[in-house]
Design a protein around this ligand. Sequence first.
Ligand code: PGA
Length: 254
Amino acid sequence: MSRRPLIAGNWKMNGLRADAKALASEIANLKKSDTADNCDLLVCPPFTVMETVGTAIEGSGVFLGAQTCHTAESGAHTGDISPVMLKDAGCTHVILGHSERRTDHGESDADVQAQSIAAHTNDLIAVICVGETESERESGNALQVVREQIIGSVPAGASAQNTVIAYEPVWAIGTGKVATPDDVQTMHADIRNTLKDKLGEDAANGMRILYGGSMKPANAKELLALADVDGGLIGGASLKSEDFWAIAQSCPSN
Ligand code: PGA
């Protein structure tokens, strides 16, 4: 089954308005001048620059996403942002369960599942993140840990249309260490099998599974060529338009 690659930029807590506008405009212009059109592009800026970025990418075909959302649609939740607000701000996607959210904010698989349901209810595509720690990998438990995260975080109503999975080994995020292509392919195939058991063949075969963790122009081509890798979730390298673009250009052509 052919799955259109998705290259997603996770800007994390980076970007003041002027920088965000410049970066988003550069990405939008590159996308507009693209003749290959071999992947979807998504940028996920912080909430404070959502509108700035949304305006800069308007009409370019680049998608807009957020980095988390609350489960409720509105109400007494100081400091939180609801999926309805994200939709209203022009978002089509939302990253959920990133390891930094799981660590910094204690988000559990059950929380991520509830957020994903809220995202789906509001017509947002959930980009659900999973990944093992270094000690879990070293003790030989990586596959089992990620299986449990998939089972616990992905809701029963997930489909290839409303959900993307991002496999991000925690030890590879922002460290410059990258999982070997063999380990990445083994993990992605295992995730797809777990999705088959949970959601059925069609959803599992159609669902995009991204790799994230120190993906850069220099390693992107090899990773993106793997059979079960359908794109990337990019942190550091998404903050430079030329690097983000070089990664997008590394997707296999259709
Ligand atoms: P990195 O971050 O590319 O800087 O490793 C990836 C992520 O955390 O999504």
